[in-house]
Design a protein around this ligand. Structure first.
Ligand code: HAM
Length: 415
């Protein structure tokens, strides 16, 4: 039996990959406009990095990591997200020594052992961006504006931005206690997971998909009512900066996020178009993360989008590439000449398709049609002798003679 790919691990085939390249190129272009530089981080890290940063009691660390002991007895993990690795690199290479303000973006595969379904995979891809060293809410607004700018560049009106504030180590404990009391009073209506989480990670109950938990937490206390003055002010100034840049948003006080490192601003870009998977991109501020992993007390904020989910939102659009020219040839001599012409044109930046096998003219023209070339050239013995050949412009349905030289063809195809 043929060997197939691992469940939840996908191939991205030609035809689909062009869409991915477009998404990646748009991200690079937009992010670089805002002063971000790319960083490439390893796919595997010490397990401890994720346990310490994402949090021991999160679903990711408890259930979803691809962790194993390697041949040197090291406990290692395939990265489930990028923020922890980027911050590890930021600290390890002391990037803050030159300037605590770093603007970094990354793209690549992440790994989580989740139940695969539409928009949710075990190997998935993120494009993320992180900013360090700025506490000002202007940077929260700037990061969100850049993310929305990226989606606008893709021509997408979905997803919509939802924001929240999770407070800081000063004000969150009081909210956590209030929520624990609220949940304990409704214990019998909660699922097993949420009952357990009351002690370890009570905020996650607000995000539980079980109907009983949803109903039981409908009137749960809002985190926004327990923010300290500094966090309340930070959130208010973030919102007014968003209004200044014309970035639309809705406040969702129930958004708690699945990673523990967040402080203050959190956000998700959500859509109703992807079934059960509503978050296309998500992120927030993590002012304690860098010191938590052994670096100085430098704040940070960032996001990551799921590329598969962005690609699904673009699924209606045609990204297939069109070659500039198809060269059909009749006979061995013409095929040799067509081959030289093709090489010369490709070196000049013209994309050319050609039939290597010397099939019938009919079959060559069928291929020209199938690959949707902009121009077609048919070279036979007479054309070789005359050093001239009719060039067909396929969309316009017109045909004009052209000299059989790389220069003349370039001028006509790529004037
Ligand atoms: P996250 O919410 O875990 O955040 O993931 C961000 C995005 O990755 C999600 O909104 C979703 O689009 C995509 N994603 C997550 N899991 C899967 C999956 N199994 N299959 C397909 N797509 C998925 C983070 O990872 C944070 N590091 C974001 C961040 C950056 N926060 C601050 N900086």
């Amino acid at each position: 039996m043929a060997i197939t790919a691992i469940k939840g691990f996908n191939d991205i085939l030609p035809g689909e990959v062009e869409k991915w390249q477009y998404i990646e190129a748009t991200a690079r272009r937009v992010f670089e406009l805002y002063g971000f530089s790319e960083i490439r981080i390893p796919i595997m890290e010490k397990t401890e990095l994720f346990a310490r940063s994402i949090g021991d009691t999160t679903d990711i660390v408890e259930k979803e990591m691809y962790s194993f002991v390697d041949k040197g007895e090291n406990r290692v993990t395939l990265r489930p997200e990028g923020t922890a690795s980027v911050m590890r690199a930021f600290v390890e290479h002391k990037l803050y020594a030159q300037d605590p303000v770093a603007r970094l973006y990354y793209m690549g595969p992440m790994f989580r052992y989740e139940r695969p379904q539409k928009g949710r995979y075990r190997q998935f891809h993120q494009i993320g961006a992180e900013v360090t060293g700025v506490t000002s809410p202007l940077v929260d607004a700037q990061v969100l504006t850049m993310l929305c700018h990226f989606f606008a560049e893709l021509g997408l009106t979905e997803p919509r931005l939802e924001i929240n504030s999770l407070g800081c180590p000063d004000c969150r404990p009081a909210y956590r206690t209030a929520l624990q009391e609220f949940l304990r009073a409704r214990l019998d209506r909660l699922c097993d997971d949420c009952r357990r989480r009351i002690e370890t990670n009570p905020l996650r109950a607000l995000d539980c998909k079980a109907t009983g938990c949803k109903e039981a937490t409908m009137d749960a206390p809002s985190v926004l009512d327990s923010l300290c003055t500094a966090c309340d002010d930070h959130f208010a100034r973030t919102r007014s900066a968003l209004e200044q840049t014309g970035t639309g948003y809705a406040i969702n006080p129930r958004m708690v996020r699945g990673l523990d490192y967040y402080t203050r601003t959190t956000f998700e870009l959500v859509t109703g178009l992807l079934g059960a998977q509503s978050a296309v991109a998500a992120g927030g501020r993590y002012d304690g993360l860098i010191s938590e992993i052994g670096g100085p007390a430098i704040p940070g904020i960032g996001f990551a989008m799921g590329v598969e989910r962005v690609a699904l939102l673009l699924s209606e659009r045609d990204f297939s590439r069109r070659p500039d020219l198809f060269v059909a040839a009749l006979g061995d001599e013409a095929r040799d000449a067509a081959f030289s012409l093709m090489s010369g044109l490709q070196r000049k930046g013209v994309s050319v398709e050609f039939d290597y096998e010397g099939k019938s003219l009919k079959s060559q023209l069928r291929r020209a049609d199938k690959c949707n070339a902009r121009f077609t050239l048919i070279i036979g013995g007479d054309e070789l002798a005359a050093k001239s050949c009719p060039l067909m412009e396929m969309d316009a349905g017109i045909q004009e003679p052209v000299a059989l030289s790389v220069e003349a063809l370039c001028l006509r195809i790529r004037p």
